[in-house]
Design a protein around this ligand. Structure first.
Ligand code: MLT
Length: 266
């Protein structure tokens, strides 16, 4: 199914009972909504589970590759409006968390709880911006597959290369299915995002933070900083997981996800 936001047709899916608590899952970069498969499986029995492809990713349109970061937030609100949902639980991983945090800052009234996975509130440092510029160069000169291999090395915990090669192959295919324009456009968009740290102490909703203990992209220290600033937030460190904690240790990730959500329905 599709909805339109800022001129692009964006693709989404819904599973589960329509009258249940809605849970909207926002994927990370440069993936697609497919990355949430192991969560959709366990959520759909009890929750109205909504996944979508961020602009420039998956089955959503790529357009001209110019994506102001604010538009990713506008896309979330456009989807809620399209579904006639006044409020939802939001769950975002990494870039999905950047989008969720900015959406919480701009539209706090649209969210009843938040799950922030392998993410941070700080904007890019100068060093991070320079790395994004280099990544755009790699994609243009060498292609997405070369970029993808380097990304996989930094995203997954070393142990996942032995124990969880299926998840690595799954993510490799997802990345390689995206276009150079969509990936480069999103890199530049993330480099231009705002810092949401200052608004964290104004979040007054239940928040669960999760992070892989071996995440080097958005490390546990970033998650601890979030927990320190968000009133009442709960932090779970997922063992034996890197940046893709939902795939690298699905059992623990899903356990904490479901336990947190059950406190909302109680
Ligand atoms: C992601 O997984 O969304 C990205 O690694 C985030 C980033 O590059 O900052």
């Amino acid at each position: 199914m599709n909805f339109v936001s800022h001129g692009l047709s964006l693709s989404y899916e819904e599973h589960g009972p329509v009258d249940a608590i809605p849970v909207l899952l926002i994927h990370g970069f440069p993936f697609s909504r497919q990355m949430w498969q192991p969560q959709v499986k366990v959520l759909a029995g009890q929750y109205r589970t909504i996944t979508f492809d961020n602009r420039g990713h998956g089955q959503s349109e790529v357009g001209d590759g110019q994506y102001p970061f604010e538009w990713y937030v506008d896309d979330v609100i456009a989807l809620l409006d399209h579904l006639k949902l006044q409020t939802t639980v939001v769950c975002g991983l990494s870039m999905g968390g950047y989008v969720a945090l900015r959406a919480l800052e701009r539209f706090p009234e649209r969210f009843i709880a938040a799950i922030l996975c392998d993410t941070r509130s700080e904007a890019d440092t100068n060093e991070a911006k320079i790395k994004r510029a280099a990544a755009v160069g790699t994609i243009k000169e060498k292609g997405v597959a070369v970029f993808a291999e380097a990304f996989l090395q930094s995203a997954f915990a070393p142990s996942s290369f032995q124990k969880n090669s299926n998840s690595i192959e799954f993510i490799r295919q997802i990345i390689n299915a995206n276009t150079p324009l969509g990936i480069s456009g999103t890199l530049l968009s993330m480099a231009g995002r705002t810092d949401t740290t200052e608004s964290l102490n104004r979040l007054h909703l239940p928040v669960l933070i999760m992070v892989g203990d071996k995440d080097t992209i958005t490390p546990p220290s970033a998650a601890q900083a979030l927990r320190g600033r968000i009133p009442g937030a709960r932090l779970e460190i997922i063992p034996e997981a890197g940046h893709l904690s939902n795939l690298e240790n699905t059992r623990d990730f899903n356990h904490h996800l479901l336990a947190f959500l059950s406190t909302l329905s109680a």
